[in-house]
Design a protein around this ligand. Structure first.
Ligand code: AMP
Length: 468
């Protein structure tokens, strides 16, 4: 659909002092949302300066390139790219110069009607430099700013055109805005910090700045954040919501609270429900670090079976998930994890992870556990089988990637070499998150998309050809 993907993290800060260090800190806290590139744009009273580069926050934003970059208001971004889109041209914030000054945008999400809208704008004479959907967002916004001479009206008109997921922080000279799409796919919240405010993807960043969580930006809402006040321009509150379940299951930090639900607590509840739905008689429960840890703790609490660390994770190893080749991915898993012998040897083990996508990770881990002397290896998984691509910003793109599309649970158990395999049920997951089903995006596990996607079933449709 779009070129580069945008499973990213965004921030915006306004205060009475130079916010560059605070932007850097906040970006480091949400680094897990994107490791490919990082950037900031700050307004210094006269102009907006942008610094962005490939690499982790500490590398991309360093003493050298930040010299002389100061301002009391700014936005920032960390970017998670998938294979092949590593060019720094896609790093954010993205900026354009308009009649109203420089507009800088940081975007988390994916615009699902990108192709259609881009064609429309190309025909109308707009030119584009990249194949990033954020460029489309910024071009649409600047068009409406010229038309309405009012950022909020322009943002409302922009929301009317965009489909899909977007959590945005927007800097227009000395004004800072946050925008969340009407479904609320991606998280965005507001915090009070010393003599200022922060808008950020995850609340953990507010804690790190010793701030106080104020509230989530509501789906469809535009907020303008000033040093001492928050102005709200609500969307239509009756529209259906679609919070991404994968934020709680995997993507977000356990110490963040998203839309009223703490991520750690949800994961622990997932583990507890799994233990009831899919009990198992083993000696030890161990997580796949770090993604399965809270789920495993929940399983252990509910079942009363001892919890142990059974893998040492090399925290400096590269990301296995995005490597293009299966063999490479398998080798990378063994570079990343090593069994802890005393936990494993001679034991009946249960390993808990958050999800199975291709099955690469668990297959490799199970064979390592058996080599290390495990007597039995059982597996429980904190999300139901992933069967459908995500068009809203999580890197799970094509159906043939998913092992659960081609195989039954029993077959997957055999392929990964487990003694037993159990996934949490969809209802169990909904119960653990604690939000009504019709407020969640469950598209990757039930194939029903909250927005129209060409060739996919909308969640109110029975079949691809039926109306809703
Ligand atoms: P796989 O090895 O392909 O089955 O992938 C599953 C593993 O990758 C699990 O340990 C997950 O924590 C992790 N994972 C799942 N989805 C994603 C994603 N979109 N990006 C990165 N890692 C993921």
């Amino acid at each position: 659909m779009t070129g580069p993907k945008h499973s990213c993290g965004v921030v915006g800060i306004t205060a009475t002092y130079n916010v560059v260090p605070a932007l850097q800190k906040a970006l480091m806290i949400i680094q897990h949302r994107g490791q490919e590139s990082a950037g900031i744009s700050v307004f210094d009273g006269k102009t907006t300066q942008t610094v962005k580069n490939n690499g982790l926050v500490q590398v991309a934003l360093n003493k050298d390139n930040l010299t002389g970059v100061e301002g009391q208001i700014g936005v920032g971004h960390v970017r998670y790219s998938t294979t092949g889109s590593k060019s720094v041209i896609n790093a954010q914030p993205l900026t354009v110069t308009t009649n109203f000054g420089i507009v800088a945008i940081a975007h988390n999400g994916d615009i699902t009607n990108y192709t259609e809208l881009k064609e429309k704008y190309l025909e109308a004479g707009t030119s584009f430099l990249t194949d990033s959907d954020t460029e489309l967002v910024i071009k649409i916004l600047s068009k409406y700013m010229a038309q309405y001479c009012d950022p909020v009206k322009a943002m409302r008109a922009m929301i009317g055109e965009l489909d899909g997921s977007y959590a945005l922080t927007i800097l227009i000279n000395d004004r800072l805005f946050g925008v969340r799409d009407p479904y609320g796919f991606r998280p965005l919240c507001i915090g009070k910090i010393e003599e200022g405010h922060i808008i950020v993807s995850e609340s953990a960043a507010i804690d790190a700045l010793r701030g106080k969580f104020v509230r989530d930006v509501l789906p469809g809402e535009i907020v303008e954040v000033k040093r001492n006040e928050i102005l709200s321009y609500p969307g239509n509150e009756n529209k259906p919501k679609a919070y991404c379940m994968f934020e709680w299951v995997y993507f977000a930090r356990p110490d963040s609270v998203i839309d009223g639900r703490e991520v750690y607590d949800v994961r622990k509840r997932i583990g507890m429900i799994l233990a009831k739905e899919s009990p198992v008689d083993v000696d030890v429960i161990m997580p796949v670090p770090d993604s399965g840890r809270a789920h495993a703790i929940g399983f252990a609490l509910q079942s009363g079976i001892p919890y142990e660390e059974g893998f040492m994770k090399n925290r400096f190893a590269e990301r296995t998930f995005i490597l293009p080749d299966q063999k490479e991915r398998e080798v990378a898993v063994s570079m990343k994890m090593n069994p802890i012998k005393s936990t494993v040897e001679g034991k009946r083990l249960l390993i808990v992870d958050d999800s199975i996508v291709r099955g690469t990770t668990l297959k490799k881990l199970i064979s390592m556990l058996r080599e290390a002397g495990a007597k039995e290896v059982h597996v429980r998984v904190g999300s139901p089988p992933v069967i459908a691509p995500c068009y809203y910003g999580v890197d799970m793109k094509s159906r043939d990637q998913f092992i659960a599309n081609k195989h039954s649970v029993d077959e997957i158990r055999d392929i990964i070499g487990a003694d037993s395999l159990g996934y949490i049920s969809i209802n169990g997951l909904i119960e653990a998150i604690g939000k009504p089903e019709n407020e969640l995006c469950l598209a990757c596990i039930n194939g029903k998309y909250p927005t129209r996607i060409p060739g996919e079933i909308h969640r109110f449709q029975l079949t691809l050809n039926s109306d809703f």
